[in-house]
Write a protein that binds this ligand. Structure first.
Ligand code: G3P
Ligand code: CA
Length: 241
């Protein structure tokens, strides 16, 4: 799955990064969802604007129109068309006819109920994309609400430090997946997750050797900034160990 789209080469969480990820053969796309001041779901990673745009301030204090007036920084790529912050609706319009998984990460500051879960679920249902979506969050509160509002949608609990306790917690709150930082994952934890029947989608693996290694350890998905590298390794074929 392409992390924030093909973010190793194109500006993260933009339509061009999503399109390019698809073009190089990604099976899925990971993206970050937040609410604007006027309640629109936009795709953007940070809670503030300065790293990725020419302006600054909290994203949640800007309306959609105001955000659309900004350009996303282009990673100094010449000839790249100007990119704007996409809405989730724009993304769904593009992906609805594609055989593409999407991992929507809910970005809320501390897991508070700001209505993001309900809005995201409503849009998924409107587009009939239930089978192609995995919703994730670092906050168990977000994930508990997602499961409460839609028991059948696929869900994963994100964790920067995977432990047996977190795996148990993910199971307890009804998750289908655990989404651990790859640096905190080991064989014992992979077996432990398997015992609890939780599939693993790990992030963010970018180096070729690490990708090759990860492909052989029995995890469900690898989230990478370089879907081209992963695809190349897969296409070459690999031996299940
Ligand atoms: O979903 C995996 C990964 O995206 C979580 O961390 O900070 O890149 O959103 P972050
Ligand atoms: Ca993310």
């Amino acid at each position: 799955m392409a992390h924030r789209g093909f973010s190793g080469k194109y500006p993260e969480n933009t339509m061009i990064a999503f399109r390019k990820a698809y073009e190089v053969g990604a099976d899925g796309i990971e993206l970050d969802a937040q609410l604007t001041k006027d309640g629109t779901i936009v795709i953007f990673h940070d809670d503030t604007l300065e790293r990725l745009t020419s302006d600054k301030g909290q994203l949640t204090e800007w309306t959609l129109d105001e955000l659309k007036s900004l350009s996303i920084n282009s990673k100094d790529q010449e000839g790249l068309a100007e990119q704007k912050i996409p809405t989730l609706k724009e993304y769904f319009e593009w992906m609805q006819d594609k055989n593409l998984l999407t991992n929507i990460e809910l970005k809320t500051v501390n897991g508070n109920d700001i209505g993001l879960e309900k809005k995201v679920l409503k849009m998924i249902e409107e587009y009939g994309l239930e089978k192609q979506i995995i919703i994730s969050s670092f906050h168990k509160e977000n994930m508990i609400r997602v499961k409460k509002f839609n028991a059948t949608i696929q869900t994963g609990l994100l964790t920067s430090k995977c432990t047996k306790q977190i795996i148990q917690k993910a199971k307890e709150i009804g998750m289908d997946y655990i989404h651990p930082n790859a640096l905190s994952l080991n064989e014992e934890l992979i077996e432990y997750a398997d015992y609890y029947d939780l599939k693993i989608n790990t992030w963010t693996i970018n180096e070729k050797l690490d990708l090759e290694k990860a492909i052989n350890v029995g995890i469900n998905a690898i989230i990478t900034d370089f879907p081209d590298r992963l695809k190349e390794i897969q296409d070459k074929g690999y031996v299940e160990m």
